[in-house]
Design a protein around this ligand. Structure first.
Ligand SMILES: Cc1ncc(COP(=O)(O)O)c(C=O)c1O
Length: 314
């Protein structure tokens, strides 16, 4: 079966969704995107969109950076995402990618008024290894500054910065990059936020350090606070603190919760995933797969079983 995509208000087979090569968003990176996971629950064949409304609400805010608007409300976009997953008949974990982009076909960088909206979905398993512990390298590329391109904006063109860092990390034999910002403080991974544990405290760069205001970051802070009574300190983080941390992990929609056990060739603590990281990873998995009722409001069942109380899910 051909993949089904959503483009400018209608579902269509993917081969029909061609866009002109002179499209502004393609030439200049003038688009804003999101990444949303949906988790397959084999026992009921249900698929659960995770925090989809939060993703579309963030997107609705971020499009303002490029003077754009979304074609419909975040609530309606959640329904489109669910319809898209159903239309593709997935039986696995899924990644949903909505994108709004400048669709004028002309040369010239000023922001044109024409916009298009598309959404596609692909099966997605693990993006990073979440078990063995990652070896990360501090990137020689700096995180792009807010007054260059707002990196809290998930703006297409800004991901050249992420691509350079991620590729450099792989080329140097690391699993993933850690960005410092222009001030030399720790920012985040190429497409994931970063947490550190020191003396039982969870610490993460605050939102002015050149980070995406991550939804997984918020999920982790919520799970730590509500379930484990561990508050999170949001502050500037020195690079050297990473080397002496008790635990470090990356988190994001694609990456989920991924322990970091080595940074720049130095072991993080004893070089094994830390207990708080593993506890949060475990709780995250329970929540996204609908095995706990506490965060049911974060899950949008694509086939509707959670809402109708189908046995076996939450
Ligand atoms: C640069 C960057 N940082 C962090 C994240 C994590 O954000 P979220 O948890 O909202 O997916 C992402 C997206 O996945 C990202 O692209």
């Amino acid at each position: 079966m051909e993949p089904i995509v959503f483009l400018n208000g209608r579902f269509m087979p993917e081969p029909e969704s061609r866009i002109p090569i002179l499209t502004h968003g393609m030439q200049y990176g003038t688009g804003v995107f999101e990444g949303i996971r949906a988790y397959h629950v084999p026992v009921t064949s249900e698929i659960l969109l995770f925090r989809a409304l939060d993703h579309f609400e963030r997107m609705a805010r971020n499009v303002k950076f490029l003077n754009m608007t979304l074609p419909m409300s975040p609530e309606k976009l959640v329904a489109v995402a669910a319809e898209l997953v159903r239309a593709n008949g997935f039986e696995s974990d899924v990644y949903v990618r909505p994108i709004v982009y400048k669709s004028a076909t002309r040369v010239g960088v000023t922001l044109p008024p024409e916009e298009s909206f598309a959404m596609l979905a692909v099966p997605m398993g693990a993006y990073l290894d979440t078990h063995k512990g990652l070896h990360c390298g501090v990137s020689s590329w700096r995180r792009i500054a807010d007054n260059s391109i707002p990196c809290r904006g998930k703006i297409c063109g800004a991901y050249v910065n992420s691509a350079l860092a991620a590729q450099e990390a792989r080329d140097r034999g690391f699993d993933e990059a850690i960005f410092l910002n222009e001030a030399g403080r720790v920012a985040e991974g190429s497409a994931m936020n970063l947490f550190m544990v020191r003396d039982g405290r969870l610490i993460t760069p605050d939102v002015t350090q050149g980070i995406l205001e991550g939804i997984t970051r918020d999920t982790v802070m919520t799970l730590a606070r509500d379930g484990l009574d561990v508050p999170t300190e949001q502050r500037g983080l020195d690079r050297a603190e990473l080397y002496i941390a008790d635990e470090v992990f990356l988190c994001g929609t694609a990456a989920q919760v991924a322990p970091v056990t080595k940074i720049d060739g130095r072991s993080v603590a004893d070089g094994r995933p830390g207990p708080l990281t593993l506890e949060l990873q475990n709780r995250y998995e329970e929540v996204v797969r609908g095995r706990t009722s506490q965060y049911r409001h974060w899950l949008e069942p694509v086939y509707g079983y959670v809402r109708t109380g189908h046995a076996g899910v939450v």
